[in-house]
Design a protein around this ligand. Structure first.
Ligand code: ADP
Length: 371
């Protein structure tokens, strides 16, 4: 009797131990799962793209930190469908068709996102069915740059086409001997002018592209005397100044040194002074100021008494190829002020325009001093 009793107790203890071991093992497994979940969350939260996971009912079951920070997706969106969150027919379509993978751009909250959508069907570490993974990447800036490049090439080829067509036309006339001997000089001058215009266009385009593409040219910068740059600029513009009988008035601090790529400042000065002369009447005055102010800023100001710029045009004159009143064309590429803008940006300065039609224009550049 005693023996049977002991055997029963032993069996009970063994069963208990067995159960305890089993329960502990189950707990350990649960911990492993819990740990994996946390690791997985951490990984997804550290990714610098928005990630949203939807279950097999197309309802949101997880969003990462980036989605919270940038798309303002929060707990209020949990259990909402992608359709409700994005209200985008392309996204709805992928969910509806259960396509394995699709990539496209969508507009969401005023920004452009490149969206990757993957449809899968598996049990994940959350022990839920993840049906769809949506990954969003903000590409607003990149798309803007793409568009600007496209516009630039379209404009550039258009601008190059007209002088080229003229050159081809005149050359054809000459080659077909359709030009009278007394017209030769005129035709040659026209061909030269068009070729010159093309060459100025190409030069300005390459300056712009250099300004935009080179991000770090510190090692190529050198200290120059701005007075020297201004003198050199006025020297190259001398024939033009004389031709229009412009009176140049200079107010300048001597000995201002500036650490830069000399060509940048040369182009900046030249474009502004050239415009002041170009858009002024014969015999008028252009005032140039080159100073260092008490805030340690280099001020370069060009003031003319020319045709002026209407208020609604002031914001546009810095756009590439933008020229006011194409009918009254002065020679030019339409890139001069775009170069000015990019140069000022490069040296972290600012540009101010004050203008009144029929009265004149003042353009002021402020650059932080470099010493
Ligand atoms: P452009 O080669 O045509 O001079 P810019 O980019 O230098 O090109 O200037 C853009 C446009 O801004 C010019 O076509 C002109 O209409 C206007 N503009 C620039 N500077 C002046 C100025 N000082 N006075 C009046 N209009 C100006």
């Amino acid at each position: 009797m005693d023996l049977i009793y002991i055997i029963v107790i032993a069996v009970l203890i063994l069963t208990l131990v067995f159960l305890l071991v089993k329960i502990r093992k189950l707990n350990i497994d649960k911990n492993i799962v819990e740990n994996s979940k946390n690791q997985f969350r951490k990984v997804l939260n550290s990714i610098q793209q928005s990630i949203l996971l939807f279950n097999n009912e197309d309802k949101l079951m997880f969003y990462n930190k980036h989605a919270y920070d940038t798309l303002s997706i929060d707990y209020n969106h949990m259990n909402l469908t992608a359709q409700m969150i994005f209200k985008n027919s392309k996204i709805d379509d992928v969910f509806y068709k259960r396509e394995r993978h699709r990539v496209f751009d969508v507009n969401f909250e005023g920004k452009i996102y490149l969206v990757h959508i993957y449809s899968i069907n598996t049990n994940d570490v959350f022990n839920n069915n993840v049906q769809t993974i949506v990954i969003l990447n903000n590409v607003t800036e990149a798309r803007k740059i793409d568009q600007t490049k496209k516009d630039f090439f379209a404009h550039a080829s258009h601008e190059l086409k007209s002088p080229l067509t003229a050159i081809l036309g005149y050359s054809e006339l000459v080659s077909l001997q359709m030009v009278e001997p007394d017209e030769y000089d005129d035709i040659i001058q026209r061909i030269y002018n068009q070729a010159l215009h093309m060459s100025l266009l190409v030069e300005d385009m390459s300056i712009l592209s250099r300004l935009e593409s080179i991000t770090d040219d510190q090692k190529d910068r050198r200290n120059i005397l701005l007075e020297e740059v201004l003198k050199e600029t006025l020297y190259t513009l001398e024939p033009f100044i004389e031709e229009k009988n412009i009176e140049i008035n200079i107010d300048m601090d001597k000995n201002i040194e500036y650490l830069c790529i000399p060509l940048d400042l040369n182009k900046l000065f030249k474009n502004l002074i050239e415009n002041a002369i170009k858009y002024s009447n014969i015999g008028s005055q252009v005032k140039i100021k080159l100073k260092k102010n008490k805030d340690n800023k280099v001020i370069f100001e060009v003031k003319d008494q020319g045709i002026g710029i209407a208020k609604d045009q002031i914001g546009r004159i810095f756009e590439r190829f933008y020229r006011i009143d194409k009918g009254r064309l002065e020679p030019g590429t339409g890139l001069g002020l775009a170069i000015v803008k990019h140069t000022v940006l490069k040296y972290q300065g600012e540009v101010l325009v004050d203008s009144n039609p029929g009265v004149g224009t003042t353009i002021t550049i402020k650059l932080p001093a470099t010493n």
